[in-house]
Design a protein around this ligand. Structure first.
Ligand SMILES: [Zn+2]
Length: 305
């Protein structure tokens, strides 16, 4: 079997029955605040369209075991997030530079700026998981934290809130440039700088909010936030230290708990992800993957056109 083609293939999480909770769930404690010009339906429609575009542009990886594992883990986390969205995922190959991929990506927030790269969280639920994140995670709880972080971006509607902010700033910028027509160029530049600064500052706030909610989600799903802390500490960067402070603050606010969640499959899946290799077969528009797992040849190709 070879050359199987996939396009727009998503695995939608089953909406799970609401669970009776004795405490306010993580999501309810960190509800999205702030202006959003978009409706929930718009979030879902925008994300779906963007996901189709990304799925056709990215080297998407499909492996039955990997998909089943991610589906299970994502399902556990999504139970504790905003239930108005259907969280879905796609695993993509990010370990290999691919020019068309970077051009196609105009990603929300910091998805492609740091290592290990965080998943790309689109409005309304689609989440794109870089395979390196799975292959490099030290343990399942750390992976759960990164996935919960993406789920949190969706729940908190960060994509459309950022878009709202940009739209409002566009509107606000108009009178400025009109009033000072003589030095219009200067105003234009300073407006642009102010705009970028404001958007960056908002994006940073969103990262903190996503980490806070992710900490609550992982804890409710039975994963110890201390594992996320250890992983961030190991990164040793100023950004990781800032994230640690956020996770620590949230963890300290949680009740004492015994964290026993474990699928028992992490090490196998990690090795599988590490062994998957995706290579170009001929033209740029087609890809195929192989793996060092016992199944001798595993096959996925994709076509961006
Ligand atoms: Zn983020």
């Amino acid at each position: 079997m070879k050359g199987t083609r996939y396009s727009g293939h998503f695995i939608y999480m089953k909406k799970l029955a609401a669970t009776l909770l004795f405490a306010l769930p993580a999501f309810a404690q960190t509800a999205a605040k702030g202006v959003n010009l978009y409706s929930i339906e718009s979030d879902i429609a925008i994300g779906r369209e963007e996901a189709l575009r990304l799925t056709s542009a990215l080297p998407v990886v499909h492996d039955p075991k990997l998909d089943e594992y991610c589906s299970r883990l994502m399902g556990e986390l999504a139970r504790h997030a905003d239930s108005r969205f259907a969280y879905s995922f796609v695993v993509y190959e990010d370990r290999r530079p691919s020019a068309p991929v970077w051009v196609a990506m105009q990603m929300p927030l910091d998805a492609f700026s740091a290592r290990p790269r965080e998943p790309v969280a689109l409005a309304g639920g689609p989440i794109f998981i870089p395979i390196s994140l799975i292959a490099s995670a030290p343990d399942e709880a750390t992976l759960a934290f990164h996935l919960a972080h993406a789920v949190a971006h969706v729940s908190l509607r960060h994509s459309t809130r950022l878009a709202t902010r940009e739209e409002l700033m566009d509107l606000a910028a108009v009178p400025l440039t009109q009033v000072q027509s003589a030095s219009g160029a200067v105003v234009q530049v300073s407006t642009q700088v102010a705009r970028q600064t404001a958007v960056l500052s908002m994006a940073r706030q969103f990262e903190r909010a996503a980490d806070t909610l992710a900490t609550g989600i992982m804890a409710e799903a039975g994963y110890d936030p201390a594992k996320a802390l250890a992983s961030l500490e190991g990164q040793g960067t100023p950004e990781a230290r800032r994230r640690m402070e956020t996770v620590l603050a949230k963890r300290d606010s949680l009740p004492e708990a015994v964290y026993g969640a474990d699928t028992g499959a992490f090490e196998e899946i990690k090795a599988l992800a590490a062994g998957i290799r995706l290579f170009s077969i001929g033209v740029f528009s087609r890809w195929s993957i192989t793996t060092t797992s016992p199944e001798p040849f595993l096959l996925v190709s994709f076509s961006p056109s």
